[in-house]
Design a protein around this ligand. Structure first.
Ligand code: IMP
Ligand code: MG
Length: 187
């Protein structure tokens, strides 16, 4: 491990999912998605910034034609739990009419983010189909139930960082996913 990453790693209380495990699961998910979409193409909507590494790794393992759109959505606003306020553009910046859409996020927590974006795509874009993929499914009561088609890992209700997920903009570049040491969380 290179020195700068090792320094950031020491801010973790523990590693929940190591890089090998994540990569193996992402490869399995890609295979499944390829099978399900065989013979056609996929229009991906990737929620930024959290899904950035998951989407990059997943899509590079898919050999079907893929169109990639990104959408910036925020709900944590610097804390360790959802504020319930979803911030995104007033109008979706892409055309998905008649497309097979795969909506991808890093983690399903309260369900507000994916639920809101899913509704918006269905209302504004009339896709042929809409499926949802997440790397992590947090085991907690949802504020909104969201039908999810692909899940990487189910995890306990804890705040995680790494592999795209951040605390105040930090830790996204960790190759693993872990729990922050509480001394590194501002109270
Ligand atoms: P939801 O709207 O509550 O389902 O939250 C989804 C969004 O919150 C995700 O897109 C993540 O960006 C962020 N999020 C949820 N849980 C965590 C976490 O444990 N660590 C970092 N970000 C998280
Ligand atoms: Mg997010």
């Amino acid at each position: 491990m290179s020195a700068p990453i090792a320094g950031v790693l020491s801010n973790l209380e523990r590693v929940l999912l190591n890089s090998d495990l994540i990569q193996r699961r992402v490869a399995e998910m890609a295979l499944q998605i390829e099978k399900d979409y065989a013979g056609g193409d996929i229009s991906v909507v990737a929620l930024m910034d959290g899904a950035i590494f998951f989407v990059a790794d997943l899509l590079r393992r898919i050999s079907l034609p893929v169109q990639v759109h990104t959408l910036s959505v925020g709900s944590y606003h610097g804390g360790t739990s959802s504020t319930g306020r979803i911030e995104m553009l007033p109008k979706l910046p892409f055309v998905l009419n008649g497309r097979r859409v795969l909506l991808i996020d890093d983690i399903l927590d309260t369900g507000l983010t994916l639920g809101t974006v899913r509704d918006r795509i269905l209302e504004e874009c009339q896709p042929e189909s809409l499926r949802v993929a997440v790397l992590l499914d947090k085991n907690r009561p949802r504020i909104r139930e969201v039908p999810v088609d692909y899940v990487g890992f189910e995890i306990a209700d804890e705040f995680v960082v790494g592999y795209g997920m951040d605390y105040k903009g930090h830790y996204r570049n960790l190759p693993c996913i872990g729990i922050l040491n509480p001394t590194h969380i501002e109270s």
